[in-house]
Design a protein around this ligand. Structure first.
Ligand code: CA
Ligand code: CA
Length: 679
């Protein structure tokens, strides 16, 4: 069994996720972690008597090998790394809500201290996503997306079901991720290899080859104190350990300075354990039990289950034999061997009592009844699962289950259906998977030119009408009798969420026009078609008059916020000078023993102080508004990009950014409309 090669108990608490190992003198690895009261501690077990003289760092009163760094603000991120390769040692980087400090621990001096603004990015990682030898930037956002940036272009986007709290590169194009709902897993490029979901929170993830097979495992530190190592390919646990408090961070380093890198796990209570990778004697077996024992336990459990199942069948068969004519009472156990289960997805327009929704209908092929249905699906139900079990009086051979996906993404519905008879005590379980189409929250309606949205996208594709119909059929819940063979045709839908209209028209020339006021929906449809028809590049003409008008207003506001910001900054500088002179004059008056003048000066200072505080609040609010507006502008650029595919998409994003930079608003809107700056 794999045991820690060292264990430490520090008397400092460790803030979750705020742990980093660095060689701050170029040689000795030291653990740095954020602790209580806006401080960072640096554990240096290698050199005992380091003398610090400057103000930031001081010796911990609790431990001789720990020094403390005063940040005076809650630390929101912490990392270590080489900033200047010529120095040959790591800098410590400490982020707070408003500032970033780069600190030279060795020389005990600030490298820089900058004002920064936070955004809604929760996690970042570098990973060679496309295998070209250069690393791309992975960004995990608050809106549940993992985005891959090459330079400043988004080359891939994966939609998850919760906030992405951590990302870590594994090797090649493979990376681990963690969500705020207790999910961890591994992606290879855009495909998810595996994921597991726990009721605990993944505090920290890290890639480390613990069993020395040359491939990194995904190490997760959990909120309940558990640490586990999972195979990158299968998610199978190959090692686990427990701390008495939540895990704060998982890092690595040669902490004993013996040439071997250890996996280092830290708990919020300050317990630190280092693990060395597996040695040859252990032959990859890191757990307490042997592989054989595990296998035997697993097989005997399977045997038990099968025996139980067999006994149930036997009991049912006996009951059947003893009372073959009891069918009317429903005293039957076994369902007919030819029982089949049908599933159908459709749109239900709802009623006064129930909003419109997509609907899954499950029915059996005979007089058997459905006792219960278990559905597992990501992002639709709270907790990812949903159980439907009608009351005993409402049992029948079919069941309708409302489904309301919050977003337009295709979802796999994994179903377990319990089928039997009214009086059955045992049920046959049918397991099957149905895919809910991406646009299942739109109902086919008859075209009505009066309510057709003014906003549209327009493009040309070279696909047969039949293929377009296949795409429609795969992505929408069309009624069974829908039949479109001939071009030109037009289909219209109504959103079940907000009643918005969507019309798709196809001309003989291959020209497609999509009318919708929802720019995100237009983007989703274009992206869906592009992947279905394998379109690499698509130029699109677009107009969203209402949205563009709103954007124009936002841009005007951005200008206003900028000028207010400049004016307030200038005012503040003026006031700083005024403070200085008032102070000098007050002190002069004191030295002259002119107490009245001194008092007056200090009163003026007091008033000025109040003004300054008010000014600061205004500046701070202005700043928040400015950030919000800039975010809206950036979102608009991304949306304009998503209306295009491939090269045109990247061109639109780059050209929009250039237009913003040169403050050319009219050009910006032309690019958003026609896709290029030149008319
Ligand atoms: Ca790359
Ligand atoms: Ca391994």
């Amino acid at each position: 069994m794999l045991l820690p090669v060292f264990t430490l108990k520090l008397r400092h608490k460790i803030s979750p996720r705020m742990v980093a190992v660095g060689r701050y003198d170029g040689t000795h690895p030291c653990l740095a972690a954020a602790t209580q009261a806006g401080k960072v501690f640096i554990h240096n077990p290698h050199t005992r008597s380091q003398h610090f003289s400057a103000s930031r760092v001081f010796q911990s009163p609790l431990e001789s090998d720990v020094s403390l760094l005063n940040i005076n603000q809650a630390v929101s991120c912490l990392t270590a790394g080489v900033l200047n390769p010529e120095l040959g040692y790591d800098a410590l980087l400490v982020g707070t809500q408003t500032n970033l400090l780069a600190y030279d621990v060795y020389n005990n001096s600030d490298l820089f201290y900058r004002e920064v603004t936070g955004d809604n990015v929760h996690s970042l990682a570098l990973c060679d996503f496309d295998g070209d030898g250069k690393k791309e930037l992975l960004v995990g956002s608050e809106d549940f997306d993992i985005r891959v940036f090459k330079e400043d272009e988004i080359v891939a986007e994966m939609t998850e079901t919760e906030i992405i709290t951590s990302l870590c590169p594994m090797y090649g194009s493979r990376f681990g991720y963690a969500l705020s709902n207790g999910t961890v897993g591994v992606y290879d490029k855009t495909a998810r290899y595996w994921r597991i979901k726990s009721k605990n929170h993944a505090m920290s993830i890290h890639a480390f080859d613990l069993n020395s097979d040359g491939v990194c495992e995904l190490i997760t530190g959990w909120s309940n104190g558990k640490v586990d190592a999972r195979s990158d390919r299968t998610g199978e646990v190959i090692f686990k350990d427990n701390f008495s408090s939540a895990v704060a961070g998982v890092v690595e380093g040669d902490y004993r300075m013996d040439g071997h890198i250890q996996l280092i796990c830290c708990s919020v209570d300050g317990e630190i354990r280092g693990y060395l990778p597996d040695t040859a004697e252990m032959r990859g077996n890191l757990m307490d039990t042997s592989v054989e024992q595990d296998l035997i336990r697993e097989l005997s459990q399977k045997k038990q289950n099968l025996l139980l199942e067999l006994r149930n069948y036997e009991d049912n068969a006996k009951a059947e034999l003893s009372s073959p004519l009891n069918e009317a009472d429903g005293h039957r156990g076994i369902i007919p061997a030819n029982t089949k289960l049908h599933t159908a997805l459709s749109v239900n327009l709802g009623s006064e009592a129930q909003a419109a929704h997509a609907e899954l209908c499950i029915s059996t092929s005979n007089d058997t009844i459905i006792r219960a249905v278990l559905i597992f699906a990501e992002g639709i139900f709270l907790g990812e699962s949903h159980v439907v079990h009608p009351s005993i009086h409402n049992l029948s051979s079919s069941i309708r289950i409302p489904i309301t996906p919050p977003k337009d993404v295709p979802v796999d519905l994994h179903l377990k259906t319990f089928v039997g008879y009214r009086s059955s005590t045992q049920f046959h379980v049918f397991e099957l998977t149905r895919q809910l189409p991406r646009f299942s929250m739109y109902v086919l309606t008859s075209p009505d030119s009066a309510s057709e949205p003014l906003s549209y996208v327009n493009f040309i594709i070279t696909e047969r009408a039949q293929r377009v119909f296949m795409w429609l059929n795969q992505n929408f819940l069309l009624p069974e009798d829908t039949n479109i063979q001939n071009v030109p045709f037009q289909v219209c839908f109504t959103s079940l969420r907000n009643g918005g209209q969507l019309c798709i028209k196809i001309k003989l020339s291959g020209e497609i026009t999509i009318n919708t006021d929802d720019i995100d929906l237009a983007g989703d449809i274009i992206q869906s078609m592009a992947s279905f028809f394998a379109i690499e590049d698509l130029q699109v003409e677009a107009d969203f008059p209402v949205y563009f008008e709103e954007l124009r207003k936002v841009l005007v506001k951005v200008d206003e916020y900028h000028s207010v910001h400049q004016k307030l900054s200038a005012d503040m500088a003026d006031n700083s000078n005024l403070i200085r002179s008032l102070l000098v004059r007050a002190e002069d008056a004191r030295l002259m023993r002119d107490m009245r003048t001194m008092k007056n000066r200090y009163m003026e200072l007091y008033d000025l102080n109040k003004d300054l505080l008010n000014g600061y609040k205004i500046r701070s609010n202005n700043h928040t508004e400015l950030l919000g507006s800039l975010k809206a502008v950036n979102q608009a650029i991304q949306r304009a990009g998503r209306l295009r595919v491939g090269k045109p998409k990247n061109q639109v994003i780059t050209a929009c950014r250039d237009a913003i930079r040169s403050n050319n608003i009219n050009t910006l809107f032309r690019i958003m409309r026609v896709g290029t700056a030149s008319s």
